[in-house]
Design a protein around this ligand. Structure first.
Ligand SMILES: [Zn+2]
Length: 186
């Protein structure tokens, strides 16, 4: 006898807006900054370019420059990238803001509170157990799997720990895709 095939349901974690930055303001000591509409500043010095991403304090509006490129030869830039900096391309703003390199270099962390959502298929109620769920991250939102699964299934965390089988540690934050299996309830 072969066991019935698993139903595999896709869950998607995606951003609803850009996250804020946890970054202390030198003016008012607030610890929250935003990219707002998203603006770069480019400064040319002979054949070298400096590029910054501008962010502002959410409390006092003071602008701060985050270093994207420092004294980099113009010739080493892809023309499309250069144009992106000059027109404040929103995709380029997002990709730099979400780049861990920029965060490390400028010493900030991302605050994802209220900036993302979990999309789950509505066919859930008709599913037969056990069900396999594949979680895909469209954006690198750090989530605790046990909380995400509890939210997605409408279960308590204790129920999640009892009914969910998963290869990764449910308590540790991740922003890498993973798969888990939900067993039938009691
Ligand atoms: Zn401030």
């Amino acid at each position: 006898m072969s066991s019935p095939p698993h139903i595999v349901l896709p869950w998607v974690v995606r951003r609803t807006r850009l996250p804020l930055l946890s970054l202390r303001c030198v003016n008012c000591r607030s610890e929250s900054a935003t990219t707002g509409e998203g603006r770069f500043r480019v400064n040319a010095n002979s054949k070298l370019l400096d590029v910054w991403l501008l962010v502002r304090c959410v409390a006092c509006d003071r602008t701060r420059k985050l270093t994207v490129h420092e004294r980099t030869p113009v010739s080493s830039f892809d023309p499309a990238e250069l144009r992106g900096y000059r027109v404040n391309d929103p995709e380029l703003v997002a990709s730099w803001l979400l780049d861990p390199l920029l965060a490390r270099r400028n010493r900030f962390t991302l605050d994802w509170t209220g900036a993302w959502r979990l999309d789950t298929p509505s066919a859930w109620l008709d599913a037969a157990w056990p069900v396999q769920v594949q979680v895909v991250f469209e954006d690198p939102v750090p989530v605790r799997p046990e909380r995400l699964i509890a939210q997605g299934l409408g279960l308590s965390r204790n129920q999640v720990l009892r009914r969910v089988k998963c290869d990764i540690t449910l308590r540790r934050s991740t922003s890498t895709g993973f798969t888990f299996t939900v067993m039938a309830g009691d």
